[in-house]
Write a protein that binds this ligand. Structure first.
Ligand code: HEC
Ligand code: HEC
Length: 210
């Protein structure tokens, strides 16, 4: 009796999850393109015997997330965020402002609520803000992003443990996998991303050479 209740419950959950995913399923590319939407497991790098080479390969895989529009749109090179999978300049014109929350009168929270507003396609989070100028990734190589990410003068004073914590617990990062309809989620899952970064740190956090 109990078993069948659980089975029915999880079947309903699977159905609900299936229904939730339906809109993006149609857009999912096949073949080589699908690789950009997934993340390789940490285990699949075990065959790289050289620790530094393995560390770099792990970071490059995590880099698929760092360089994805869901992250880059908020870590842009200019003062202005970008929008959508095509990464066009934010409309209307908004700027970072003093603290990343926008200029007076044009604060992010004027339009971005505490959660995604799917009916209007406006993403949201209680802390919605543009990343500081020292943390911009747009147009940079993974080698540059890696060096910057490790630099406590530019990364908000974080050691590697704090970077990993931010990457797995911060709500703006997590939003990358829950961006609402019409936006492609960041590749893989947040947990897989975290596992790659943890393994990168565990192998000495080496950066790509160029
Ligand atoms: C809505 C805007 C927004 C989005 C989307 C966003 N970030 Fe950020 N990010 C920020 C802000 C703001 C900070 C600064 C927070 C702080 O220092 O406390 C930041 C800081 C960071 C940091 C701290 C270290 C550093 O040097 O950048 C990491 C790591 C990070 N973000 C990762 C990501 C990843 C990965 C994604 C995509 C999955 C992402 N972010 C998406 C706004 C965003
Ligand atoms: C006047 C309203 C308004 C203000 C103010 C505003 N936004 Fe937006 N923003 C929007 C709307 C609407 C969208 C959705 C449009 C779309 O993606 O096509 C959006 C989308 C975004 C996206 C795109 C997310 C993605 O990956 O597609 C980012 C990033 C963003 N806003 C950042 C900010 C930041 C940071 C601020 C404050 C500095 C801000 N916005 C202020 C209306 C606004």
């Amino acid at each position: 009796m109990r078993m069948s209740f659980i089975a029915a419950g999880s079947a309903a959950m699977v159905l609900a999850a299936g229904a939730m995913w339906q809109p993006s399923l149609g857009q999912r590319p096949t073949g080589a393109g699908a690789d950009a939407k997934t993340l390789r497991s940490v285990e699949s790098f075990a065959s790289i015997a050289d620790t530094q080479a393995r560390s770099i390969a792990l970071f490059e895989e995590a880099g698929k997330v760092l360089q994805h529009p869901r992250c880059v749109n908020c870590h842009p090179v200019e003062d202005r965020p970008r929008q959508s999978d095509t990464r066009h300049l934010h409309q209307p014109l908004v700027v970072r402002g003093k603290d990343g929350h926008g200029a007076p009168g044009m604060a992010c929270a004027t339009c971005h609520g505490p959660a995604n507003f799917d009916a209007a396609g406006v993403p949201g989070d209680p802390h919605w803000a543009l990343a500081p100028a020292s943390m911009t990734w747009e147009g940079k190589s993974l080698a540059e992003i890696c060096t910057q990410l490790k630099d406590q003068r530019r990364n908000g004073g974080r050691d590697l443990t704090a970077i990993l914590k931010h990457a797995t617990e911060d709500s703006l990062v997590k939003w990358g996998w829950n961006p609402g309809p019409g936006r492609e989620p960041a590749p893989g899952t947040n947990a897989e991303f975290g596992a790659l970064l943890a393994a990168w740190i565990g192998t000495g956090a080496h950066c790509p050479l160029r």
